[in-house]
Design a protein around this ligand. Structure first.
Ligand SMILES: NC(=O)c1ccc[n+]([C@@H]2O[C@H](COP(=O)([O-])OP(=O)(O)OC[C@H]3O[C@@H](n4cnc5c(N)ncnc54)[C@H](OP(=O)(O)O)[C@@H]3O)[C@@H](O)[C@H]2O)c1
Length: 321
């Protein structure tokens, strides 16, 4: 099968597509024919090997598992020993990051519990763009942020996969939503439904004198003190990730009394089945950058890393859709 191979840390342009053996599914794994995959933060970090601390997970000197990719939509083509959850031919999708990477390939062996049934009516391209970003957004906005109808919300790093789902979730509850991102993305973000958009290179949202009931962050670029200024007295701040130094500072801030500041520890695929009716009915939709061809993946990892995308970068791995 074709797979994108990453033998050493460095520029995405060094990556090559190689012919490698199709993986054999192990205990409670299934083999999935990958029809579509996406580019995520993990892929960028794994390929460039930075931040360096991530090498503790990926491999100190070189990636232990050389095929990047953590999100897929496709069809089950074989069952490993003791795999009982799926049948050959089932259309599935999922965030496979708990079970390892490896979706930048024509086939991936995935723990059966890392997959969900594809919602009715969605193409593989549409489905692949959903699980990682929607779960992060849902867990931040609904489960931890406990958003109430009509509240004022600000999303920092709003133009990517998580921010665009967080917007849709907040709009379903009749909220006013501000979005912060780069100037180039602001027009597209207004068209998506943000009530007010801010260029982070021009303005610091913590210095505007505006207060929000919920701030959802994908970048964690501001200090805990600054964030506190942007919250109403009962306001909550929830981040899904970003600057490692700021995240550590937030943990300390929480220990020292800022109980309303939380970091999401993602539970992959947790709510996907419950959200499937909204996805099938079109009430929630991934914003898709692409779909692109498989051979473009090295360029697309760079595109993601440099923040040139809006929504999810999706790659078509097979012609079947
Ligand atoms: N909590 C967990 O368990 C967990 C698990 C996996 C991943 N994550 C994290 O989840 C996040 C994924 O979010 P995503 O997929 O939505 O990312 P994304 O698609 O990269 O979107 C982030 C957006 O933020 C913008 N941005 C960059 N710098 C900014 C700044 N200083 N201020 C405001 N906006 C800025 C980016 O635009 P430009 O780059 O063009 O400026 C981009 O549009 C990552 O932080 C990842 O590490 C968390």
């Amino acid at each position: 099968m074709k797979a994108i191979f990453c033998e050493s840390y460095g520029a995405p342009e060094q990556l090559r597509s190689r012919d490698v053996p199709v993986p054999i599914p192990k205990d409670r794994q299934v083999l999935v024919r990958v029809h579509a995959t996406t580019v995520n933060d993990y892929d960028w970090s794994m390929v460039i090997g930075r931040p360096h601390i991530y090498r503790l997970f990926f491999g100190i000197f070189r990636p232990r598992r050389p095929i990047p990719g953590m999100e897929l939509a496709g069809k089950v083509v074989a069952l490993g020993p003791n795999a009982t959850r799926w049948r050959v031919g089932d259309a599935v999708y999922g965030d496979t990051s708990n079970g390892g990477l490896g979706t930048f390939a024509e086939f991936a062996a995935v723990p059966e519990d890392e997959l969900r049934r594809m919602p009715e009516g969605l193409s593989f391209v549409e489905a692949a763009a959903i699980p990682h970003a929607l779960e992060l957004a849902y867990q931040a906005v609904v489960e931890i942020g406990k958003l109430k109808d009509g509240e004022r919300v600000l999303i920092n790093g709003a133009g990517g996969g998580v921010g665009t789902f967080a917007l849709q979730l907040a709009k379903r509850q009749g909220c006013t939503v501000w979005g912060v991102d780069t100037g180039e993305k602001l027009q597209a973000m207004t068209a998506m439904g943000f009530d007010r958009v801010i260029d982070y290179k021009q303005l610091d949202f913590t210095q505007l004198g505006e207060r929000f009931d919920l701030v959802v962050d994908t970048k964690t670029t501001r200090s805990a003190g600054g964030l506190a200024r942007a919250l109403t007295p009962a306001g909550r701040y929830v981040t899904v990730g970003g600057d490692p130094g700021r995240l550590i500072a937030l943990l300390f801030a929480r220990w020292f009394g800022r109980r309303n500041m939380r970091i999401v520890a993602l539970k992959s695929n947790k709510n996907q089945d419950a959200l499937a009716p909204l996805l099938s009915g079109g009430a929630l939709k991934a914003v898709i950058d692409g779909p692109y061809a498989f051979h473009e993946l090295p360029r697309l990892i760079r595109r993601f890393g440099e923040g040139l995308h809006t929504g999810k970068v999706v790659v078509r791995v097979s012609e079947e859709q």
